[in-house]
Every structure is written in C-alpha cells, then in structure tokens.
Design a protein around this ligand. Structure first.
Ligand code: 13P
Length: 248
C-alpha cells in the first residue's frame, strides 16, 4: 500500500512571520490526520524557522529547488547539502515554473536529482504537459521524455513523482479524476519500464488546482497517491482540509 502524500508548495509566497503564523495554526489541525506524509515547501528564507517549529510533529519540510554543485562560486544558488542541513527531508525538482522561467532542461534536472540524492534528500520530481501539447495529442510523449531523461540512472527508493499538467496550475481548471487516473496510470507504466515491480511503490502526486472540494475524488483514483498543492495550501484551514481528505 502506498502511503498518501500531501505537499504544500508555497512558491514565492509568505514571509518568515507569515510562515510562523501558518505553522502555529496548522500543527493542531493535522495532528490526528490520515496516516500520510505531510510536507511543507516554504521559500528558502523560511526553512530554518520552519524546521525548528516542525521538530517532533508529523509534518516534514521540503525545499522548492536545489543546485547540482556542492559548493563554490555560484552566486544566488543553494547547494543540496545546505538544504539537508537546514532540516529538509525533501526537495522539489523539475517544477514547470523552473523549467519555463529559469530554463531548466531535462539534462540539468537529471544533474540536480543526482546531486540531491548524494546529499540524502528525497526528491519530488515534477513532470507535466502544456495545453498545446495536450491538445495536439503529445501528452504521453512529453511525460515519457521528461521521465526518461530526468530520471536517467536514478534509483527510485527516494523518489516521488508529481504530475502537474501546466494548463491546470493556478488556473482553477483541475484535471478530471478520469484524466488524472489515465495519465497517472501511463506514468506508472513508464516507471515500471524503468524500475520494474518497484514502480508499484512509487507515489505519484497530482498537482494543478487541487482544493478541499476536489481532493476526495482525486484521491479515490487508484494511481493518484497524493497532491502537490499551490494556491489552496496557503491557508492553514484549507490545506488541513486537503490533508484530512475523506477516503471514498
Ligand atoms: P495550484 O495548486 O495553485 O494550481 O499550483 C499547483 C502547483 O504548481 C504546485 O506545485
């Protein structure tokens, strides 16, 4: 059985004070939550504060990005070892916003995944197609390329995959449960071609306009193992409802 995995990606939102206020409110709301992995990914500047507050709770911490070098003259970058040191168990890599606005290619991401694993981080690896790619029937081709290239020579024991269709991110346009299931099933087949029977153990998250209203139906899909949530994770009340989804 794959344990549900619910992660909040705050992107470039929330100051340290706002992070602190969220966590204070959030901890009691998820204390008796489903047996699930609950993960917060605040901006880098809040990781240290968040890590201190989350010690001894059932909530884990993730960074939103990491560089592939261990140290050196890379102004503005953050090394994976620093992220481990800051108290993170996870790092999000390959988010479509990183690919789109910061030019992160499959090859760069593969180097980042290798580096993260070297520093003992677990990786939430994001893939997803654009609207144009979906409408021209290229969804599976895009996902296969992103998986094959991004996960080249990567073992799967510390891997979580997040399927985030770009057309569903921040648009209020969620994939239907049928679309999500069809795509997740395809992703699991591709993971099986890379990792054989171990693919059954890999969590595949759905991301893109997840809300407290649609999480139950998404989680009811056999190959949807969790959510990577942006907008609806910004309020403690709303994200706690997602974490406390109902098993239907
Ligand atoms: P939204 O939930 O705001 O659509 O964002 C999804 C996302 O990009 C999470 O990484």
């Amino acid at each position: 059985m794959r344990k549900p995995f619910l992660a909040a990606n705050w992107k470039m939102n929330k100051t340290v004070a706002e992070t602190r206020a969220f966590i204070d409110e959030f901890i009691p709301l998820v204390k008796a939550a489903n047996d699930a992995d609950i993960v917060l990914a605040p901006p880098f500047i809040s990781l240290h504060t968040a890590s201190g507050m989350l010690k001894g709770t059932n909530i884990k911490l993730a960074a939103q990005n990491a560089f592939y070098e261990d140290k050196g003259a890379y102004t503005g970058e953050t090394a994976p070892g620093m992220i481990t040191d800051a108290g993170c168990e996870y790092v999000i890599l390959g988010h479509s916003e990183r690919r789109q606005y910061f030019g992160e290619t499959d090859e760069i991401l593969n180097k980042k995944v290798h580096a993260a694993l070297r520093h003992n981080l677990k990786v939430i690896f994001c893939i997803g197609e654009s609207l144009e790619e979906r409408e021209s029937g290229k969804t599976f081709e895009v996902l296969k390329r992103e998986l094959d290239n991004g996960l080249k020579d990567i073992p799967c024991d510390k891997l979580v995959v997040a399927y985030e269709p770009i057309w569903a991110i921040g648009t209020g346009k969620t994939a239907t449960p049928e679309q999500a299931q069809e795509t997740h099933k395809y992703i699991r087949e591709q993971l099986a071609s890379l990792y054989s029977e171990k693919a059954q153990e890999i969590r595949i998250l759905y991301g893109g306009s997840v809300t407290p209203e649609n999480i139950d139906a998404l989680m009811a899909c056999p190959d949807v193992d969790g959510g990577l949530v942006g907008g609806a994770s910004m309020k403690a009340d709303s994200f706690s409802k997602i974490v406390n989804f109902k098993r239907v």
